[in-house]
Design a protein around this ligand. Structure first.
Ligand SMILES: O=P(O)(O)OC[C@H]1O[C@](O)(CO)[C@@H](O)[C@@H]1O
Length: 631
């Protein structure tokens, strides 16, 4: 059984009880919590609500939930009925101490006592977990764990290169880490200088990348960058021109001392390419030489890699084929930016490695990632019937929920399982931070539609030692945050809302590395439990393809309008005429949107009518481009 020593000085502090307001405070939850028994009756594992009311299920999943749940239950062999949540404080305390997971060296705790899984359920799930553990063992040994893409999945090797399936990969990892540290040192110490910066050294990082090539570095910067880092970081993570302009404008003259890190595993993501082109334009306009300040992180021989090599950029770092974007924080993607901000990346790697080690045990109770996966399965019926609301009670962890959103949803949100059955799996993740969200949506969580379970992230250390003070007798600001967390946890539970609590001593490189590793592993295990490939993202392609088609149609529209605008007199066209001449009458709605967008950006002229009445519109473009006529 996990020990709780070290978590707090007196175990009596941990006995769950109603939170009463401190004497002089009107801010805390002010009434003792009553258990509303009606909310404690939950769906049975076979998906039939004990109230048999479909409205009890979230609207988004109500559609197929019954059949999917029945199927999941069938697969398990028999259905495990969900019982009402335990309410007796003594029994809850027993459950708390029995299931509390502690990682002593990391100072990390996982409390799953407020999720209502039964011993019977754990027993039922055991064979699936054994399969998942075996799959993870094979993955770590270099199996093709991403069959659709024929790829190995090796993010665990990044923090323990000795695990790599061969010495070539091991050397690649070790050499990359060494070159990251050396490069970061030289930049920070001013040995590598920007060619024309007044400060004489790099002072800013502009990171250009999207999805897994941005979210990890954003989360880590927010969590760990010191108040005065050697280099400050900002991000371009979209193709929004106004957003890009804002980042560049904020840099102002410091563009001359900005290290631009362009991150893209594939090296061909349009948003990232556009960001790069916009930044390069800003450099040209400022009379700066981009190549002397540009760094690429990408796969060898990608478009980006070749561009950086041919243009002679300052540095290039590899992304490996066997590391996915959303699990790339411990690769050059996350490590370079972190090192440049003065974050101890070796500690991050050590934290992740320790967590990985803990997650290799096949004893569910002692395996924190397995415990998380168990809770997710129980709470969401193994079909994503409930969303996961992530509430870190620490401002610096604000972006953890956003980071987890991609990690979990891009990994688990899959149409087909590994056997080709349509399963439409997933687990929805959202959340910002506590206690801020208390004043936003916790109202609905406690009393509204019951379509979620919560994850509280608790940080024991409020402030660095020696900085705290009592804003009321015996009460610090951090005590309020603590009270809000546990008050909310209790209040939700009292209304039948389950929650997991992850506790760390403090936010530091080691604990952040451990948190990332914990959730990476939980996702991998959960994917095995529900038999899906966690490591591909086929669904993203549909949107990218459709975006490409819109841009191709826009080119045809422009060509048609150009031709009509080159006539003398200019021939304004109706939308129907444009669509006919584009040979795309079925795309008239999209053509209307394209023209409205161009008109809003002064690239097309509405001669008649207005955009609010599409049928009245006649359009042309201002200037005839004669050259384009013969393209
Ligand atoms: O690093 P890349 O190749 O630019 O991709 C960025 C992101 O785009 C996705 O492929 C989804 O479109 C993510 O999986 C990935 O993290």
């Amino acid at each position: 059984m996990a020990s709780i020593s070290g978590l707090c000085s007196s175990s009596s502090n941990l006995i769950p009880k109603p939170h009463l307001p401190p004497p002089s405070s009107s801010w805390m939850i002010s009434s003792p919590i009553r258990i509303d028994e009606s909310f404690l009756l939950k769906t049975s594992f076979s998906g039939v609500s004990s109230k048999t009311s479909p409205s009890y299920l979230t609207h988004s999943v109500a559609r197929d939930v019954t059949s999917s749940l029945s199927k999941a239950a069938d697969e398990l062999g028999k259905s495990v009925a969900k019982k009402a949540l335990e309410t007796d404080p003594k029994v809850l305390w027993e459950r708390y101490t029995e299931w509390l997971y502690q990682h002593k060296e990391l100072g990390l705790y996982l409390d799953v006592s407020r999720v209502g899984f039964t011993d019977e359920f754990v027993k039922e799930m055991e064979p699936r977990f054994m399969k998942a553990f075996k799959a993870m063992e094979d993955l770590e040994k270099g199996a093709i764990a991403n069959p659709d893409e024929g790829r190995m999945v090796g993010h665990y090797w990044l923090r323990n290169p000795k695990l790599s399936p061969n010495s070539f990969l091991r050397l690649q990892i070790e050499n990359t880490l060494e070159s990251i540290c050396a490069f970061a040192d030289e930049i920070v110490q001013g040995k590598i200088k920007p060619p024309s910066a007044p400060a004489g050294r790099f002072t800013q990082i502009l990171s250009v990348g999207i999805g897994g090539s941005a979210l990890g570095p954003q989360f880590v910067a927010e969590a760990l960058a010191p108040d005065n880092p050697p280099l400050k970081i900002r991000f371009i993570d979209n193709t929004d021109p106004a957003g890009i302009d804002h980042q560049i404008a904020q840099l102002g003259p410091e563009l001359a001392s900005t290290l631009v890190i362009v991150v893209s595993k594939s090296g061909g993501t349009p948003e990232t390419r556009n960001g790069l082109l916009e930044v390069q334009k800003a450099f040209r306009e400022a009379g700066l030489e981009f190549a002397k300040q540009g760094v690429a992180i990408t796969q060898e021989n990608s478009l980006l890699d070749n561009t950086a090599r041919i243009e002679g950029w300052l540095a290039r770092f590899p992304m490996f084929d066997w590391v996915g974007g959303r699990t790339s924080e411990m690769s050059a993607v996350g490590l370079l930016a972190a090192a440049l901000q003065g974050i101890n990346i070796k500690e991050m790697l050590a934290g992740a490695s320790l967590m990985d080690e803990a997650n290799r045990t096949t004893v569910i109770k002692n395996n924190p990632a397995a415990l998380l996966a168990l809770c997710w399965y129980w709470a969401s019926d193994g079909v994503g019937s409930k969303d996961m609301v992530v509430l870190p009670y620490k401002d610096s962890l604000l972006l953890f929920s956003r980071y987890l959103q991609q990690l979990v949803m891009e990994s688990l949100g899959k149409e087909f399982d590994l056997d080709g059955n349509r399963v439409n799996q997933g687990l929805t993740v959202y959340g910002n931070k506590g206690s801020t969200d208390q004043h936003a949506y916790i109202q609905q969580l406690r009393e509204g539609v019951h379509n979620f379970f919560a994850t509280f992230i608790e940080v024991l250390r409020d402030r660095p030692p020696g900085h705290d003070w009592e804003l009321e007798p015996g009460v610090t600001c951090g005590d309020y945050l603590f009270g809000m967390l546990h008050g909310t946890r209790s209040a939700l539970y009292a209304n039948g809302r389950e929650s997991v609590t992850v506790t760390v001593q403090e936010v530091n490189p080691r604990s952040v590395g451990a948190l990332i590793a914990l959730y990476e592993r939980a996702v991998g295990i959960y994917a095995s439990l529900v038999n899906i490939n966690a490591y591909h993202q086929p669904g993203v392609e549909a949107g990218k393809k459709a975006a490409g088609e819109v841009l191709a149609l826009q080119k045809r529209v422009l060509s048609v309008l150009n031709e009509a605008s080159c006539k003398d007199p200019v021939e304004p066209l109706s939308l129907e005429e444009v669509a006919d001449r584009c040979h795309a009458p079925e795309d008239i709605e999209m053509i209307y949107k394209i023209i409205a967008h161009m008109a809003a950006n002064d690239r097309a002229i509405i001669a008649e009518g207005d955009c609010g009445s599409p049928r009245s519109v006649k359009v042309f473009i201002g200037e005839c481009n004669v050259d384009a006529l013969y393209d």
